[in-house]
Structure formats: structure tokens, C-alpha cells
Design a binder for this molecule. Structure first.
Ligand code: URP
Ligand code: ZN
Ligand code: ZN
Length: 470
């Protein structure tokens, strides 16, 4: 059935215009002033509201097996919660165990993701190296639409990459035209600091940020960026939380290097005082890596986002409930790392970004959707309001308010890091490829509606970057 969205103000990354938008067969079919409703079309009045591309969260971990447990939001519940907040696509991570075949892990994740309610793509992590990894990266890139590979520089004795793996994998990425991405924390230093803190009897969640100070992130970000510089590869730094990592990105960008940065909604808003909460459950609920930082870092991150040094906003959505977090009751290093946020990212960015005057509505679309689509080769199918694009569309009421709460959220987790915040601006309608999945507080997400979206590589462009870097 056709749907005509009438009377709204369309905003994409470039323009703001008062036009109607017609959805047909899951795609944007027409945009114009006073469009006629085709016979039998459903008409939605978007007067006083914005109509924009659905959000893309480029960093999630649905049902991730991690630190001895499994993340509580699965591909259905997590993507459904995203739709309630205006997010219509995710890029999740396939994370093979060391020595595990990348293709075997990819198939496993593809199976889990079949229940997703919104569209999804995958980055694949490189956690070890041999000739089979080299070969399977090619298979993933050429035959399965994987055009970004992830490298964890932390989590020693688990999924951490040393410099040799980084160099091998970045080189292969460059050859394939795929984007290397990094979780930038020096895992050796984290390991050393964790041991020292435990030896001093500091075992609670308050030790978590002490074991991962900003310099640990700054060092790793700088190292990864410099390795990429030497190889002539572009690079994307996930969840930048510290001023030192941001400065490494800015320095390299000022020198002409192709570096992208991602910031999490949580890191923009929440400071490290959460770890000094004497209630273990509340403090542990905030344990994620990198940790929440002192307030000065948030000011730097907002400035970095406004100035265009940080390009995307994500959540690193990776939920664990209180009984799971309790695994680290006597040893903070055993608290599963991760927090939620997919449902609230758009609202948080609108309220603290647009309402505060830090971002224009068009910039909001860029940092919540279009930039991720362009960097990760989903554009213009996703992240745009072009004719022919997937009708992943959000109708956004800029004056409606809601108070975030675990009591009303749709995420499958017993805690919300944004609890109690009153946000002005919310999604009244969310379409996933033309189907209404969220209407004025009514979640109609459909299990299995989501499709895998392959993302092509770009070898010619990467070769040009490499030649220029020489
Ligand atoms: O604490 C986090 N961020 N957990 C998920 C895995 C990761 O590091 O991204
Ligand atoms: Zn990470
Ligand atoms: Zn992550």
C-alpha cells in the first residue's frame, strides 16, 4: 500500500524543505509540493513535524557472547527498541574467537540476525592472523558485502590484536578497499593497571576508570592512526571518549590523513562520577570500555562533533542485566563491559544537540544517519531522502517530550543510563522499508522483517588514498 506523508518539513543532510513524500513498495517514490494521494493510499499528516532519514547506529552488539555471558538484547528486541527511537538500521559486529574461521563466525551471526526487525549490516573483527584470515577477509569483502573490519586493541588474552595483526590486517583492508576500524585502548597497559588495582585491594567498579585512563586511549588511537598513515590506509576510530584520542584524530586530519571518528551518545552526556556510586548495581551498570570520563572530555567531544572531527554518533549498544553484571561483584575486571542506548540515541542527540543550539537539524541528520551511510557504503540507499532510497523514514515531533525510563523503554535490559532525563523531540512514526513499525508510542516491529544489507568495497578510491600518502 502507498503511504503519503503530507504537510511535514523534510530535512536531510543538506536541505530543509516543506514538501510531501510518497512511499511505494518500500521505497521513496516521490517528493513534491502538494502531492496527490494515489488511490487507496494511506495519508499521514506530518504538519508541524520533521520528516527525515531513519537513524543508523554504526556500532551495536546484539546478543554478543562476551566475558562469559551473552548480551541481553537480541537482534529482535534490540532493533525493535531502535525503531521506537527512530533508528532504522544498525551495523553490528561479527567477533570471531581467536583461531576461529571468520566465515564460520559470519555465518553464525547471520543466523542470529535473521530475527531482526530492522535492516542490518556487519563489520567483521580480525582477532588473530594467518593465511586463512587473509583469504577469508577477501571472501567476506568480495562475496558478502563486508567493507569494514574491526580491531580491538584492548581485551588482552581474549580478542586483542597486537601491532603485527594490525599491520597485516590494515594492509589487507587497503588491498580490498575495506575500511579498518579500531577500538583504541592500550590493552597491555589496561592489564597492568587492573592487576595493580586488584593487588591494592581496589576491587569495585570505581577501579574500572582508573584502569583505563584517557592516556591509554590516546596512545592507542595515535598508534593506530600512525600505523594507518605509514601504510597509506584510511581509518575509523570507534567510541572516541577522551580528549587525547580526539586530538590524535584532529592532528592527523589537519595533516591531510583520512581519519574518521565516532562518538557515543553516552560519552557525550555521562561523566565518571557514576563509578563512585556506592550501590554496586548502579555503578556496575555503567561499566563499559572506554569508561565514562570527567566532564572536560564531554565538552571536547561536543566541540569535536560540531567541528566535524567526529563524524558519526553510535551507542555501542551491548546490554547486560544486573545478575550478569554481578559476576564482577568481588573483581571489577569480571563485570561484563557494556551499556545500552539504541532507543535513546536520536532523542539525546536532538535534545542536547539541536535544542541546545550545538547542531542544526541538518547536522543532526548528518551525524545520526548520513555520515554513517556514506562512510560505510550504505548511501544513498540508507541515510538519504532521495527518490529510490529505502523508505527508512522518521517523522519527528520537535516539541513533544518524554522522560527516559527503564519502566517504559523497549530495550531488554533492567537499567537505562539516561534514566530520568526529560527529552524534547521524539519519533512519532518510524518506517522500516515503508512499513510502519512505530506509531505514537505503539511498537509494531515485526520479527524477521529486517534484511541484511551488503556494503560494497571501494578499491579504486583506497588506492588513490594510498598513492597520495606515499
Ligand atoms: O564495553 C563495551 N564497549 N563493550 C562492548 C565491546 C566493545 O568494546 O565495543
Ligand atoms: Zn569497543
Ligand atoms: Zn563495541
Amino acid at each position: 500500500m502507498d503511504t503519503l506523508i503530507r504537510g511535514g518539513t523534510l530535512i536531510d543532510a543538506e536541505v530543509t524543505e516543506r514538501k510531501d513524500l510518497l512511499i511505494r513498495d518500500g521505497r521513496i517514490a516521490a517528493i513534491g509540493i502538494d502531492l496527490e494521494a494515489p488511490n487507496g493510499a494511506k495519508t499521514i499528516d506530518a504538519g508541524g513535524q520533521y520528516v527525515m532519514p531513519g537513524g543508523i547506529d554504526p556500532h551495536t552488539h546484539m546478543e554478543l557472547p562476551f566475558m562469559g555471558t551473552v548480551a541481553s538484547d537480541d537482534f529482535y528486541s534490540g532493533t525493535a527498541a531502535g525503531l521506537a527511537g527512530g533508528t532504522t538500521s544498525i551495523i553490528d559486529f561479527v567477533i570471531p574467537n581467536p583461531q576461529q574461521s571468520l566465515m564460520a563466525a559470519f555465518r553464525e551471526w547471520r543466523g542470529w540476525a535473521e530475527k531482526a526487525a530492522s535492516d542490518y549490516a556487519f563489520h567483521v573483527a580480525v582477532t588473530w592472523w594467518d593465511e586463512s584470515v587473509n583469504r577469508e577477509m577477501g571472501e567476506l569483502a568480495h562475496e558478502h558485502g563486508v567493507s569494514s573490519f574491526k580491531h580491538f586493541m584492548a581485551y588482552k588474552n581474549a580478542i586483542m590484536c597486537d601491532d603485527e595483526v594490525l599491520v597485516n590486517s590494515f594492509t589487507r583492508c587497503l588491498e580490498l578497499g575495506a575500511l579498518p576500524t579500531v577500538h583504541a585502548e592500550n590493552g597491555e597497559l589496561v592489564y597492568r593497571l587492573q592487576k595493580q588495582l586488584l593487588a591494592r585491594g581496589i576491587t569495585g567498579p570505581e577501579a574500572h576508570p582508573l584502569s583505563r585512563p584517557p592516556a591509554v586511549e590516546g596512545e592507542a588511537a595515535n598508534r593506530a592512526i600512525r600505523i594507518a598513515e605509514v601504510l597509506g590506509a584510511p581509518i575509523y576510530v570507534v567510541h572516541v571518549s577522551a580528549r587525547q584520542a580526539l586530538e590524535a584524530i584532529m592532528r592527523a586530519r589537519n595533516e591531510g590523513q583520512r581519519v574518521f571518528g565516532e562518538v557515543l551518545a553516552g560519552h557525550l552526556l555521562i561523566d565518571d562520577s557514576v563509578y563512585r556510586d556506592l550501590d554496586f548495581t548502579r555503578a556496575a551498570a555503567h561499566v563499559m570500555s572506554p569508561p565514562f570520563r570527567p566532564k572536560a572530555h564531554q565538552r571536547a567531544l561536543w566541540a569535536g562533533l560540531q567541528a566535524g572531527h567526529l563524524h558519526t554518533t553510535a551507542t555501542d549498544h551491548c546490554c547486560f542485566c544486573a545478575p550478569q553484571k554481578a559476576a564482577g561483584k568481588d573483581d571489577f575486571t569480571k563485570i561484563p563491559n557494556g551499556c545500552g542506548g539504541i532507543e535513546d540515541r536520536m532523542g539525546v542527540l536532538w535534545h542536547y544537540g539541536v535544542n541546545s543550539g550545538r547542531l542544526t537539524p541538518n547536522e543532526f541528520v548528518k551525524v545520526t544517519s548520513t555520515n554513517a551511510a556514506q562512510i560505510f557504503n550504505l548511501y544513498p540507499r540508507k541515510g538519504s531522502l532521495r527518490i529510490g532510497a529505502d523508505a527508512d523514514v522518521v517523522i519527528w515531533d520537535p516539541v513533544a517530550t518524554r522522560t527516559v525510563s527503564v519502566k517504559t523503554h523497549h530495550q531488554n535490559v533492567d537499567f537505562n543510563i539516561f534514566e530520568g532525563r526529560e527529552l524534547k523531540g521524539l519519533a512519532t512514526h518510524t518506517f522500516t522499508r515503508g512499513q510502519l513499525a512505530w506509531v505514537d508510542g505503539d511498537l509494531r516491529a515485526e520479527r524477521g522483517r529486517g534484511q541484511y544489507v551488503p556494503r560494497p568495497t571501494n578499491p579504486a578510491y583506497f588506492e588513490a588514498i594510498r598513492k597520495r600518502a606515499k
